[in-house]
Write a protein that binds this ligand. Structure first.
Ligand SMILES: Cc1cc2nc3c(=O)[nH]c(=O)nc-3n(C[C@H](O)[C@H](O)[C@H](O)COP(=O)(O)OP(=O)(O)OC[C@H]3O[C@@H](n4cnc5c(N)ncnc54)[C@H](O)[C@@H]3O)c2cc1C
Length: 495
């Protein structure tokens, strides 16, 4: 059996900090939840590197909301459901599209500088959106601008403490309730316990499960794994979104060429210069992401080439003006998008599944919430609609804050002290599991890319499962067994 905790601890032996609301992760989900919760108690946010190290900071294309004159939440709902391939949770999508516009306007109010045309918010399109509804900032630096605006507010607020270089190890639980988190303080090289009335997992995605990904190094699925060990219900983990157009070069993370580039008129071409998306979907180059990614894999198989190309000649605005970040990055690797086709190939980008929550972000564990990419609210179904994930962090972060404040006094300080004065955890002797994980990392990424990637079949999935089982049992001596918590792949579709 895999031990409940990945590391031994005795809370009476390590520094303990008490807070009302513990938020783990400083992406859009964590920062916005903190801002919304801080009028109801003390908020502590942890992050394993610096505040800005997150998927949020890299988001390019924008954030979706039905604010255009021709648009409605109903139309946004229908595009979201269609992209989600029939597996979205309808009530959750209704929450997202109905509450989204207000949340986005709150971002504007706190100083997020979205791009404007003649004073009005500029709206673009991305794949599978039938309307222009994507707000963006500095062309293609939307995430960085949103993070800047949110972190300006968060770091100035007297009721919010941000602790950088603090690494979530495990959630602290007793029975069915969560009382905070055990973490590793990278600067002091010691364990530290954060005791909290409510805890929010907002640790983002897991792109680095794969050999090729657009995600930054922090996206290793830690919060989802900690939730799993604590007994939180997970869902939809099999749904990984592969972005069709990551710049084809050797670096990892792969640099993203935003879908908004196609939204503005760029066209995908194969090695022979043929426009191929019309053969795969009526929306051609603006088909949903999963369709485009599979079409590219199909083309690559036929031509034997490692990449296809984005032809940006027909953009109405000069490339360097509309997409300055992408332009600069391409120049650095010797491609001038105003003249050359951009070589692109798919890469792991986003995880639709995560810690299962209800519409208020509540997990099946008392006092434990999950938000953003680490959560599975059900809004994305099998395939996330472009620019819906930043929005999800806002909408459900706000709901979580409301719920946490309402139930603040359900857990007393006395209860937290009682828990921390007697809690111990049995896990691996310090270090051994972590050392193994470092050794396995590239092996695991290769297995996932080859057998659990864009195109999968039963044979490949079984091979991946057995190889991973062999790694765990062979190196650590854990018996996973047939019905183990590592799972026999039983899907969890509560919808
Ligand atoms: C290149 C790129 C472009 C994208 N473009 C768009 C876009 O245009 N529009 C859109 O809607 N979405 C986009 N996405 C997706 C979107 O950015 C993310 O899904 C969203 O930002 C997730 O926000 P989050 O707050 O849940 O997680 P993140 O922003 O990833 O934040 C997670 C936080 O948790 C911290 N963390 C992780 N593990 C630990 C640990 N063990 N201990 C402590 N802290 C930890 C991280 O350091 C980070 O601070 C893009 C993603 C990428 C990678």
């Amino acid at each position: 059996m895999i031990p409940r905790y990945i590391s031994n601890f005795d809370l009476t032996d390590i520094p303990r900090l008490y807070t009302d609301f513990l938020i783990i992760g400083t992406g859009i989900a964590g920062l916005y939840t903190a801002l919304k919760a801080c009028d109801g108690g003390k908020v502590t946010i942890l992050t394993k590197r610096r505040l800005e190290d997150s998927n949020t900071d890299l988001a390019q294309g924008g954030i979706a909301a039905a604010i255009g004159t021709e648009d409605t939440p109903r139309l946004h709902l229908s595009d979201t459901l269609e992209a989600g391939a029939g597996l979205c949770d309808l009530p959750a999508v209704e929450v997202l599209v109905n509450e989204g516009p207000d949340c986005v306007m709150e971002l504007v109010e706190i100083g997020t500088r979205f791009d404007r045309v003649e004073g009005h918010l500029a709206l673009t399109r991305e794949g599978a959106h039938r309307q222009r509804r994507i707000l963006h900032a500095r062309g293609d630096a939307t995430g960085e601008e949103i993070r800047r605006a949110l972190s300006d507010q968060v770091t100035r607020h007297p009721e919010i403490d941000v602790h950088e270089d603090i690494y979530l190890i495990d959630l602290l639980t007793e029975g069915n309730a969560c009382y905070g988190a055990l973490a590793w303080d990278l600067a002091r090289q010691q364990k530290v316990a954060y005791l909290a009335r409510s805890t929010v997992i907002s640790t983002g995605g897991a792109g680095h499960l794969y050999l090729n990904t657009t995600n930054p190094g922090v996206a290793t699925g830690d919060g989802i794994a900690a939730g799993f060990r604590a007994g939180a219900r997970l869902a939809d983990l099999e749904f990984i979104q592969f972005h069709p157009t990551a710049l084809y070069h050797e670096d990892n993370p792969k640099f993203l060429v935003s879908e908004a580039v196609r939204g503005e008129g760029a066209i995908l071409r194969n090695r022979l210069g043929e426009r191929f998306m019309e053969r795969y979907h009526p929306m051609a180059d603006l088909a949903p992401r999963d369709v485009v990614a599979r079409a590219i894999v199909d083309e690559l198989r036929q031509t034997g080439e490692p990449c296809v190309f984005l032809d940006t000649k027909k953009l109405p605005v000069p490339f360097q003006e509309r997409f300055p970040t992408i332009y600069q990055h391409c120049l650095q690797v010797g491609i001038d998008p105003s003249r050359d086709w951009i070589p692109v190939a798919p890469a792991a980008h986003y995880i639709m599944g995560g810690v299962r929550t209800d519409a208020d972000g509540q997990t099946n564990l008392t006092n434990l919430f999950a938000c953003g990419e680490a959560a599975c609210t059900g809004v994305h179904g099998a395939n996330r609609l472009a620019s819906n994930s930043l929005l999800e962090g806002l909408v459900f972060g706000k709901r979580i804050a409301t719920r946490m404040k309402k139930k603040r006094d359900d857990v007393s300080l006395r209860e937290l002290h009682r828990f921390s004065s007697r809690s111990r955890g049995l896990g691996e002797p310090s270090g051994s599991l972590t050392q193994q994980a470092v050794q396995w990392r590239q092996r695991l990424q290769t297995i996932m890319w080859q057998d659990v990637g864009i195109l999968r079949d039963g044979q490949g999935l079984s091979r991946a499962k057995e190889t991973i089982r062999g790694l765990v049992e062979g190196s650590l001596g854990y018996e996973l067994g047939g019905g183990s918590r590592l799972g026999d792949g039983q899907p969890d579709h509560p919808r």
